[in-house]
Design a protein around this ligand. Structure first.
Ligand SMILES: Nc1ncnc2c1ncn2[C@@H]1O[C@H](COP(=O)(O)OP(=O)(O)O)[C@@H](O)[C@H]1O
Ligand SMILES: [Mg+2]
Length: 339
């Protein structure tokens, strides 16, 4: 996987031997993470690339000339606020004999619950709603609002609370019953910026859950998929979560994640860093400088504290195992991302 060019114009690629092809860029706002990640993701031209653009993280103007051309020719744009998102949510994922009705009901309930934080009892009553919506085939005409309509009809506080939490996904009429995979373009560009700012992350959780389930059915096994996903500090990475599974089962599913976050130094987040084959450290937040330096090389922390303080926009220190001019590189490298 191509990361970038070095100052001398050589291509820096991840080595075949890396445990996975995930990339995470860390650094304070405005240091060049999203621009670097957008180019890394779009460089992966043999794979399907899904760009999740929320909180205005993806800026086409920061693509290199050749990536811009590739993007323009090969991308299929979905403006979520304008046109909604096609998803055959109530159809079995991939093959009928693998997923039966009760599994569909459980899958949908779990996805809604994970994205909106339903309590156990709220999840239980939502499950009944999902069951009925499936039986009566309401999703095709009514979308997910059939679920909240069902819940509200119960006149019961737990059902009303569940409906309240589910509102941002169910009552917006954003999902409609068509296949997501109808384009043969290589890049799916999901633009979510027209949605309410806070609701965008709820949708990201929901969609990643959907994509993970598609991945679990082996859909990307041969073609491979790369997700561009910014601001991952908003997502759940705890054991058993969607993102945890995506990161850890990447080889089995053939899923690569290209992620960015300002800081990932909470205890649970440090595990994410440990799981990513390639890390790009951009100019860190003041409070993170020593932590980053010690992660890069705990023996030479002072050296990296200084190097990190010196980084300009678009410059970073990369850690991982790389190939460059036929040689294997394992020591941290300072590079400038050339746009
Ligand atoms: N490698 C680069 N070279 C020159 N300018 C850059 C580079 N990367 C980013 N920029 C500029 O800096 C701005 C912020 O970059 P961005 O990638 O959005 O940072 P972040 O995601 O860390 O907030 C961009 O609008 C872009 O114009
Ligand atoms: Mg950014």
């Amino acid at each position: 996987m191509k990361i970038c060019k070095t100052q001398k114009g050589n291509i820096l690629e991840t080595a075949e031997s890396v445990p996975n092809h995930h990339v995470v860029s860390i650094g304070k706002s405005g240091t060049g993470k999203s621009s670097a990640n957008a180019n890394i993701a779009i460089n992966q031209q043999d794979r399907i690339v899904i760009i999740i653009d929320y909180h205005n993280s993806f800026d086409k103007s920061t693509l290199t000339e050749s990536n811009k051309n590739y993007f323009n020719k090969n991308s299929f744009t979905i403006d979520v606020a304008e046109e909604g998102i096609p998803i055959n949510l109530f159809d079995p994922i991939i093959e009928t004999d693998i997923e039966n009705e009760s599994m569909i009901e459980r899958r949908i309930t779990k996805m809604l619950s994970n994205a909106t934080g339903l309590s156990r009892t709220q999840e239980d009553i939502t499950f009944l709603a999902v069951q009925d919506v499936l039986q009566l085939e309401l999703y095709h005409d009514e979308g997910l609002s059939a679920i909240t309509r069902w819940l509200r009809s119960q006149d019961k506080s737990v059902a009303n609370c569940a409906a309240g939490k589910l509102r941002s996904i169910c009552d917006t009429g954003i999902l409609y019953d068509e296949s997501f995979w109808k384009s043969d373009k290589k890049i799916y560009y999901l633009n979510m910026n027209g949605l309410d700012y806070c609701e965008q992350s709820v949708w990201v959780n929901f969609l990643m859950d959907y994509f993970m389930r598609v991945a679990m059915r082996g859909f990307f096994k041969n073609k491979g998929v790369t997700f561009y996903l910014d601001e991952v500090q908003n997502l759940d990475f705890r054991e058993g979560s969607t993102m945890f599974t995506m990161i850890n089962e990447s080889r089995k599913f053939n899923v690569n994640l290209v992620m960015a976050a300002p800081s990932l130094f909470m205890k649970k987040e440090l595990e994410i860093l440990g799981q990513c084959g390639t890390i790009l450290f951009f100019h860190p937040l003041q409070n993170d400088k020593k932590k980053v330096a010690s992660l890069i090389d705990s023996q030479k922390m002072e050296k990296y504290v200084f190097r990190l303080s010196q980084l300009n926009v678009g410059e970073c220190i990369v850690c991982g195992t790389f190939k460059c001019k036929g040689e294997t590189v394992t020591k941290p490298l300072q590079i400038a991302i050339d746009l």
